[in-house]
Ligand binder design. Sequence first.
Ligand SMILES: NC(=O)c1ccc[n+]([C@@H]2O[C@H](COP(=O)([O-])OP(=O)(O)OC[C@H]3O[C@@H](n4cnc5c(N)ncnc54)[C@H](O)[C@@H]3O)[C@@H](O)[C@H]2O)c1
Ligand SMILES: O=c1ccn([C@@H]2O[C@H](COP(=O)(O)OP(=O)(O)O[C@H]3O[C@H](CO)[C@@H](O)[C@H](O)[C@H]3O)[C@@H](O)[C@H]2O)c(=O)[nH]1
Length: 437
Amino acid sequence: MAEREPIGVIGTGYVGLVTAAGFAELGSDVYCIDIDAGKIERLKQGEIPIYEPGLTEMIARNRERMHFSTDIQDALDNARLLFVAVGTPPTYSGDADLSAVHAVVGAMPASDRHALVMKSTVPCGTGKNIKRLFEEQGKSGFRYVSCPEFLKEGSAIDDFLQPDRVVVGDDGDWAGDAVVELYRPLLTAEHGGEGPGELVRTDIASAEMVKLAANAFLATKISFINEIANVCEETGADVLEVAKGMGLDSRIGPKFLQPGIGFGGSCFPKDVTALKQLAGNSGYHFQLLNSVIEVNELQKRRVIGKLEKHLGPLVGKRIALLGLAFKPNTDDMREASSLVLSARLQAAGALVSAFDPIAEDEARKLIQGVRFAEDALDALTDADALVLVTEWDEFRTLDWTQVARLMAGTTVIDGRNALDPDAVRGAGLTYEGIGRG
Ligand SMILES: NC(=O)c1ccc[n+]([C@@H]2O[C@H](COP(=O)([O-])OP(=O)(O)OC[C@H]3O[C@@H](n4cnc5c(N)ncnc54)[C@H](O)[C@@H]3O)[C@@H](O)[C@H]2O)c1
Ligand SMILES: O=c1ccn([C@@H]2O[C@H](COP(=O)(O)OP(=O)(O)O[C@H]3O[C@H](CO)[C@@H](O)[C@H](O)[C@H]3O)[C@@H](O)[C@H]2O)c(=O)[nH]1
């Protein structure tokens, strides 16, 4: 393997660890930095603090190339490129909280040998502001590259190794060239690589906007199909047939047309709001995004109406939630629809039991008053209704005859259209999905 450039990665959350493991897999030495000493200690012991399929194995495979520390100097001493992957959570105003990003910027020394490569999702204009800060702090030699991350939790390793595109926004200097070089193996043959990744090399502001616009568009697609699903329920059409018919138009495409009980996660809700806020801050009212957000909030609550339709008032009713994570194959509970649902159900007086195969520990930190069950069957025993919240594979293959025997009632609300309606109905249960007539 040709000699690969060593890199620093600042922040060892989802994006930081996947970026670090990915580049180590491609042959780089990676200096991983986090202010969370406990996390770094666990990583040094080989313990991976997040659940992401394939990540533990990938880190184990590249153990000798991955170095963990709380001291940013370790990265500065060994690498020119410092990938920033710290959190940018929402604030009360809807703007992204850039305090962690600014802490990193402030910790950089004057250097004309280093560059910050921004992986964190930041508002358009952040790069410009950071470059101005560097100037003011006498660090004008420090380079800056925007390299937004598009990975999805649950398939993050594949997304890293087989990107649709790599976006590099820079000032046309050595740092941008070096980032492209690092990604070269993952780019298409046209760009000298062996992978599927198209390269978009552009200016910093445009790169920043690609990330926000892509997330906002995907979220819009989901809210759109959710509204179509709601109309299908009024009109007797089946949204799955509708989505199939729409998605076969290559201008529309089949992806992100799955109706459900709303999008969650650490990105869509935050980034859609941040883009709306960014527009608002500069005097533009982004009308469409208001609707995307509102539709999503209402969608999370529609399950309550469905349950009431079948059960009447929910006071004292036993409701089982299958799945709590914001989507399958992750333990991430950030903005999960289950948070709204469990709170609404309890407010309506229901008794809620819940099971998630992986996310229970994270869920316990955020959800009170719910009985956390041993497994799916334990959760639904004596339940008047069950709601599929997260489409983990193991729920698709439940023995519905056994389920019917264990439940007190017969109502099954499939919040992700993931179950086989015939199998559920065949066991004598009442099936209701989202937008299925
Ligand atoms: N999670 C995703 O799927 C995803 C995908 C694409 C982009 N993003 C974006 O990437 C960024 C990181 O997201 P995440 O989910 O990995 O975040 P995370 O919250 O899981 O991890 C952030 C890490 O940064 C560390 N940190 C905070 N301040 C630090 C500092 N000053 N120095 C060193 N470490 C510090 C924290 O201790 C934490 O370990 C966000 O901007 C997010 O919007 C996330
Ligand atoms: O057709 C669909 C697709 C997704 N979802 C929901 O949308 C949310 C987000 O799903 P997904 O996009 O798969 O997960 P994330 O890991 O949040 O990834 C998104 O957010 C990341 C952070 O910015 C980006 O990097 C990714 O490209 C972008 O897909 C989840 O609640 C899903 O259940 C739907 O309801 N219907």
